[in-house]
Ligand binder design. Structure first.
Ligand SMILES: [Ca+2]
Length: 496
């Protein structure tokens, strides 16, 4: 028997509990976080925060110091469009034809609104978020494409608003841009880098930063939580920025790649001739697979890449400072994502499009309000497809079924937590898998199989292929690749 006094006490406790629930839900409702998503084109993990002493990236470093830096974030495809498609849909590519810059936009532009969300942005929009984008997010630099004679959004149902300032010298967008409204042309004189003495708005990312800060002022007045995506173009080729960013670096102290030679024992199928770099820009020297450039010219290019990265860092700083000035930083999640890595002469490659770590490992920083253990980086393995469920969890919205990724929130809460056991990446006839210790890539056609294996515990720069020396590990990892991937290269052979 419960006496009256105890019963009253119990009822009071239950009442207080329910009141607390209602109050906290209300508070939660009011405080549903905003999300600022910044994508930076071709940003390899080359920031001061990643231990790159030469880099001048104070704004991204400060973000990492108050958020979580992911040291081992791997993209699924080492090129712009497909990597962004994996980010946006939370799904791996399933066939070689998916590896096309316009694959996602071609499948979505002009379509009716589907029941299953077209992207995570669409999902946020359906769940109370006001969504706004600008710059290079899906693939095209202004978020639009031609479809049946009309200009339509690449992601037709994801955006409440897509900002594209056509009054800019480039008429909006800004991919492959030079100063004064010029762009790379098919047969023209296209220098790989340019540093004119112009203000930040002399190149397109200055315009993107201004659009983003103006947009934040509008968003600060709105009641709905917002998702804002800002897509910066640099350091994608051509490496361009106002001259002051070039001048910040002492040219004599620029280091070239620590692993400029092709790795020992690696088949040619894993190397390439850097056709984007050598084919689309004019150079005083010509390189190619297995052929190094002179150290002097390599130094010029590395210097240019660093300066273009510093320029973008400064634009990111403008956006983050505005977020703070508007007092939005207290309730805004900030994510900075690089769409893939880049070989700055590593392995004789100048560009992306490879299945080495240098092309697949890219920058990722996430900062959430009231983050625990902020400023401590994590070496847990994560994949780009993991961002979709991560963002859903942070935003407090449901996670759709059939995603290929896994939430990174445990690593946001505890940098020492465990990441994934492996991350798979895809490129033409190659599957490449990163585990805690190894990277193994398999080139596979119906007539030929080639394998490369690197032990990252002793060879982080991937200089020696160990596939023939470690047959047991190759067998084990090949089995795992076969098990984890059944769609992309379905005829993958098992080594006996
Ligand atoms: Ca890119």
């Amino acid at each position: 028997m419960i006496n009256d006094n105890l019963q009253q006490k119990l009822l009071s406790v239950v009442g207080i509990f329910f009141l607390c629930c209602v109050v906290s839900l209300k508070l939660y409702g009011q405080k549903q976080p905003n999300i600022l998503f910044i994508s930076i084109d071709d940003l390899r993990p080359q920031l001061g925060a990643y231990g790159e002493q030469q880099m001048i990236t104070p704004n991204l470093d400060a973000l990492a110091a108050s958020g979580r830096l992911f040291e081992r974030h791997y993209v699924q495809v080492p090129t712009c469009g497909p990597s962004r498609a994996c980010l946006l849909t939370g799904k791996n590519v399933i066939k070689k034809s998916d590896i096309n810059h316009h694959h996602l936009a071609l499948s979505l532009a002009g379509t009716e609104e589907p029941e299953y969300p077209e992207t995570f942005i669409h999902h946020l929009k359906r769940n109370g978020y006001y969504t706004v984008g600008m710059g290079k997010i899906s693939h095209n630099d202004n978020g639009h494409r031609k479809h049946e004679g009309k200009t339509v959004l690449e992601l037709p149902h994801s955006w409440d608003k897509f900002v594209n300032d056509t009054s800019s010298p480039w008429g909006g967008g800004g991919l492959h841009a030079y100063a004064n409204g010029k762009r790379r042309t098919k047969d023209g004189d296209n220098p790989p880098f340019e540093f004119l003495d112009v203000p930040d708005e002399g190149y397109p990312d200055g315009w993107i930063a201004n659009a983003a800060t103006q947009q934040l002022e509008t968003l600060a007045e709105q009641k709905h939580p917002f998702f804002m995506a800002v897509g910066f173009y640099k350091p994608h080729l051509p490496f361009c920025a106002p001259k002051k960013y070039w001048d910040m670096y002492d040219h004599s102290k620029i280091n070239i790649s620590p692993n400029p030679e092709a790795p020992r024992g690696v088949s040619d199928v894993f190397l390439h001739n850097s056709t984007e770099f050598f084919g689309q820009y004019n150079h005083p020297e010509q390189g190619g697979a297995g052929k190094r450039l002179s150290d002097d010219y390599a130094k010029d290019i590395v210097h240019a890449n660093y300066a273009a990265t510093t320029y973008t860092d400064a634009q990111v700083g403008k956006v983050l400072n505005k977020l703070k000035a508007l007092n939005l930083d207290k309730n805004t999640i900030v994510i900075v994502w690089g769409d893939h890595g880049w070989h700055l002469g590593d392995h004789t490659i100048w560009g992306k499009h490879s299945t080495f770590d240098k092309a697949l490992n890219s920058s990722l920083i996430i900062k959430t309000p009231q983050m625990k253990k902020s400023g401590i980086q994590t070496d847990g393995l994560v994949a780009t497809v993991d961002l979709y469920p991560t963002i859903c969890e942070l935003a407090g919205v449901s996670v759709p079924k059939h995603l290929d990724g896994k939430s990174m929130v445990p690593l946001l809460n505890n940098p020492n937590g465990k990441g994934k056991k492996s991350v798979m990446s895809y490129w033409r006839n190659i599957l490449s898998m990163r585990t805690d210790k190894y990277r193994m890539a398999v080139f596979n056609t119906e007539n030929r199989q080639e394998i490369m294996l690197f032990d990252h515990r002793v060879d982080p720069n991937e200089t020696e292929n160990l596939a023939s020396k470690r047959p047991k590990i190759v067998r084990r990892l090949l089995k795992k690749i076969k098990r984890d991937n059944q769609r992309f290269l379905p005829f993958l052979k098992q080594k006996e």
